[in-house]
Design a protein around this ligand. Structure first.
Ligand code: GLA
Length: 389
C-alpha cells in the first residue's frame, strides 16, 4: 500500500500500522441553516483524508502531512496540546487528541501519524471536518474507546467551535461521519434524526466545480452571519414563541419584518425559505423529479446571493455560466460560500461540453481557471483493511 510505504519512509518500519479514511462532503441543498436547526441534504464524497497510524511507547505525537510536506514533521507532547498557530494544519488533529484526553479522560500514548488528503484545500468541501473525523475515529478504534459515531461527530464539531474557533454547525461532521454510498443524507440538525435518500441519477451526474477563489476571511464572515441570526432570533422571540428561526413559516415572515433591521430580515428570509426548499427537495427526489429538484437548487443560489449574501463574483459567475448551459438541471454554490465550490446536476451526455463551456466562460470573465469533479455519494469514515492504491 503506497501510504504505508510513505509512512515507513518518514517514521521507519518497526511496528504495525493501521489505515483510516474519512471523506469530504458536498451539500446538495440546505445551506447556512444547520446552525439554525434546519434540514440539510449533504452527501459524503470519494475524495477525503487518509491517516496511517502507529502507537508509540512515549508521550510524543509526531504529525506529518504529504499535503504540507514543506512544513515537515510537527512534534508535540501529549502534555501540551494547546492551539498553536505555528502548528498550522496539525491543530485539527491536536484538538481531537486534546478532547479525548481532557473531556473523555482517555489514557493515550504517543503516536506517529502520516496524513494525506485528496480534497482541494479551502474549496469548501470540508477538508477540516474530514481530518477531524479521521483522527477521532482512529483514536476511538486504536485505544478501544467505544464511542458511537454521533459522539465522534459532535466531538469534531466542538473541536472546530472551541479549539479552532469557527462556529460551524453540525452538517459537515455529520456527513463525513454518516455518509453512505449512492445516498444523500436528509439531516434534521435540531434533533439529529436522519434519513438516507437515494438520488435518481441514472441520466445525470453531480459535478462539483472549484472556483479556485480561496475562502479568505470566510471564517469571520461565517461567524458574523451566525451572530446576525442569533440576534434576529432573540428579537423575534420577544413577540412570538419560537425555539429557532426555522420554526417560522414562510407566511409568517411579514409579521416579524418590523422587528428586524433590513439585513436581519433578509438573513431570516433565507433561513426560512431554504429550510422549506430542502424539505420539498427530498420529496421531489423521492418521486424521481430531478428537474424540479434542479429548480430548487437554482432558487437556493438566488437566496444565498441576494438574501444571505455569501456568494461573491466568482461563485456567481460560475453558477451563471452553468445556468446558460443546456445540460444543466440545477446549479448553486455549496458550503459556506465566499469562494470555494459550486454543485451542479448535469445530464450525463452533456458533461464534457459542460466542462468545456462553463470552464471557458468562467475564465474569460474572472481570469481564473475552474476545476471540475464528477462525484458519487460515498461512505463515511472507516478503517481501510484492504489494499489502497
Ligand atoms: C460550513 C459549515 C457548516 C454549514 C455550511 C453552510 O460548511 O461548516 O456547518 O453551516 O458552512 O451551510
Amino acid at each position: 500500500m503506497k501510504f504505508i510505504q510513505a509512512f515507513h519512509h518518514v517514521f521507519g518500519k518497526k511496528g504495525d500500522v493501521r489505515v483510516f479514511f474519512a471523506p469530504g462532503r458536498v451539500n446538495l441543498i440546505g445551506e447556512h441553516i444547520d446552525y439554525n436547526g434546519g434540514h440539510v441534504l449533504p452527501c459524503a464524497l470519494e475524495i477525503g483524508t487518509y491517516v496511517v497510524a502507529r502507537k508509540r511507547k512515549d508521550h510524543l505525537l509526531r504529525f506529518y502531512s504529504e499535503n504540507f510536506s514543506a512544513t515537515g514533521l510537527i512534534v508535540v507532547n501529549l502534555q501540551s496540546l494547546l492551539f498553536d498557530e505555528w502548528h498550522g494544519w496539525a491543530n485539527y488533529p491536536k484538538g481531537i487528541f486534546q478532547f479525548f484526553k481532557e473531556q473523555m479522560d482517555v489514557e493515550l500514548t504517543g503516536m506517529d501519524l502520516y496524513y494525506t488528503g485528496t480534497i482541494p484545500n479551502g474549496a469548501g468541501l470540508s477538508s477540516s471536518a474530514s481530518i477531524e473525523l479521521v483522527t477521532a475515529f482512529m483514536i476511538n478504534e486504536m485505544f478501544s474507546v467505544n464511542l458511537d459515531r454521533t459522539t465522534l461527530v459532535k466531538m469534531a464539531q466542538q473541536v472546530e467551535n472551541d479549539y479552532i474557533g469557527v462556529q460551524c454547525g453540525i452538517m459537515d461532521q455529520f456527513a463525513v461521519g454518516f455518509g453512505k454510498r449512492d445516498q444523500a443524507i436528509l439531516l434534521n440538525c435540531d434533533t439529529l434524526s436522519y434519513l438516507y435518500t437515494p438520488l435518481p441519477l441514472q441520466q445525470a451526474s453531480i459535478v462539483i466545480v472549484n472556483s479556485n477563489k480561496k475562502r479568505e476571511l470566510a471564517d469571520s464572515a461565517y461567524n458574523d452571519r451566525r451572530k446576525t441570526c442569533e440576534k434576529a432570533l432573540a428579537k423575534i422571540k420577544q413577540k412570538q414563541s419560537i425555539h429557532q428561526l426555522v420554526d417560522l413559516k414562510v407566511g409568517e415572515l411579514e409579521n416579524v419584518k418590523s422587528l428586524l433591521t433590513s439585513v436581519e430580515f433578509k438573513r431570516v428570509r433565507h433561513v426560512v425559505t431554504e429550510n422549506e426548499r430542502t424539505k420539498k427537495a427530498v420529496e421531489l427526489l423521492r418521486s424521481d423529479d430531478l428537474s424540479s429538484f434542479g429548480v430548487l437548487m437554482n432558487e437556493s443560489q438566488l437566496s444565498l446571493r441576494d438574501d444571505y449574501e455569501v456568494t461573491g463574483f466568482e461563485l456567481d459567475s460560475l453558477v451563471e455560466a452553468a445556468w446558460q448551459h443546456p445540460g444543466t438541471i440545477g446549479a448553486r454554490m455549496t458550503g459556506a460560500g465566499f469562494g470555494g465550490c459550486t454543485v451542479n446536476i448535469v445530464k450525463n451526455n452533456e458533461v464534457s461540453s459542460f466542462v468545456h463551456e462553463v470552464g471557458q466562460k468562467y475564465e474569460s470573465k474572472t481570469g481564473k481557471k475552474a476545476n471540475f469533479y464528477v462525484v458519487k455519494p460515498s461512505d463515511g469514515v472507516k478503517e481501510l483493511t484492504e489494499q489502497v492504491e
